[in-house]
Design a protein around this ligand. Structure first.
Ligand code: AMP
Ligand code: MN
Ligand code: MN
Length: 328
């Protein structure tokens, strides 16, 4: 697995910083919030002043995380002497707060777990064998000899649980399970996290699935569906959140690759999954996006759903042809 760990450089940058901005990726998920807020809580325990921000601010589903109320939706001209970015594979995905953060001209630490990470920034802590950026945050805190308090534990455990669909993804390691256990011992509440995240689907999202289900296609081991703006409107969804419909599709036994295409303002967002034996990160990268071997995505600017489908499905056919299922 690919890893680049600039431990010394990162420790130097941290030692020299009192005011720290922690950012994450746009369209944040549980690992984005978990890694950003878990690191922020640990840095505060170390006596630093910390600002957290992401475009759009906190997602109500993650308001239960300690520190969620302090998440800003912009940087308001605030200064700092270090920026740390978590769970973000490339600089564009830090969004508008990222542009404002970079404009400060201070050092940047890039802490992530995407194999397509571009290694931007002044210190890179990217380990693609970690199941979540939140696991990487714990690794860094261990290297620093930092204390893991209950707020940090709850946030980091949330990142690990959501990125692994509660330890169900193929990349889960013994190490990750050991760290999850430590985070529970340090105050992380697994029952609460599961109840509030992976075991929970908002009713409008469920009604969206119901509407889209008749259009799902399964052909040559590829399962896919397209979701339009009108689907979201009719379901009463305003943030284009489909509740990880692609993960539901990936459960179908005949499918090796799953894809959901979503109509967004810029064009079409695609969300891709695969079973072990098939690599979809290369497909996403070829489309200008990124991700992991088994979970990747991209945004196709200016295309309609039909145009995007015509471009993406042949690439998925290639990916299916290039692999074979590891588990039959
Ligand atoms: P998602 O399907 O949105 O859950 O994303 C799956 C994986 O692909 C995540 O690790 C994302 O970070 C990555 N990903 C999704 N969309 C993009 C994109 N537009 N650019 C780069 N990476 C993406
Ligand atoms: Mn993420
Ligand atoms: Mn992640």
């Amino acid at each position: 697995m690919t890893a680049r760990m600039d431990w010394e450089r990162a420790a130097q940058l941290l030692a020299a910083a009192q005011n720290i901005i922690v950012l994450t990726h746009i369209d944040p998920d549980g690992d984005a919030f978990g890694s950003m807020l878990g690191l922020a809580a640990a840095l505060r325990d170390m006596g630093r002043r910390v600002i957290t921000a992401v475009d759009g601010g906190i997602d109500p589903a993650f308001r239960f995380l300690p520190g969620a109320d302090a998440v800003q939706d912009q940087l308001n001209g605030q200064n700092a002497d270090l920026v740390i970015v978590t769970d973000c594979s490339d600089e564009r995905r830090i969004g508008e707060v990222g542009k404002a953060g970079r404009a400060l001209g201070v050092p940047v630490i890039n802490l992530d777990h995407h194999r397509t990470n571009t290694h931007f920034g002044d210190a890179v802590l990217v380990d693609a064998s970690t199941v979540a950026a939140s696991e990487g945050v714990l690794d860094w805190l261990d290297v620093l000899g930092a204390h893991i308090g209950p707020a940090t534990a709850q946030c980091l455990l949330t990142g690990i649980v959501t990125d692994t669909l509660c330890f169900r993804t193929s990349n889960v390691t013994e190490r990750a399970l050991g760290k999850a256990q430590r985070l529970m011992q340090a105050g992380g509440n697994l029952g609460e996290i599961v109840a509030r995240t992976v075991n929970r689907t908002p009713a409008p999202v469920f009604m969206l699935w119901k509407a889209v289900m008749p259009r799902v296609r399964l052909e040559d081991h590829i399962i896919w569906a397209a979701i339009s703006q009108s689907d979201f409107r009719q379901a009463g969804i305003h943030d284009e959140d489909d509740g990880h419909f692609v993960s539901l599709l990936m459960q179908v036994d005949q499918a090796y690759v799953a894809c959901v295409l979503t109509e967004v303002e810029r064009g079409v967002d695609i969300s891709i999954r695969s079973v072990p034996g098939f690599d979809v990160s290369a497909v996403a990268l070829a489309l200008g996006g990124g991700g992991h071997t088994q979970a990747a995505g991209a945004t196709l600017d200016g295309l309609t759903l039909a145009e995007a489908e015509a471009q993406v499905i042949p690439l998925l056919r290639d990916a299916v042809r290039a692999g074979s299922p590891q588990i039959r």
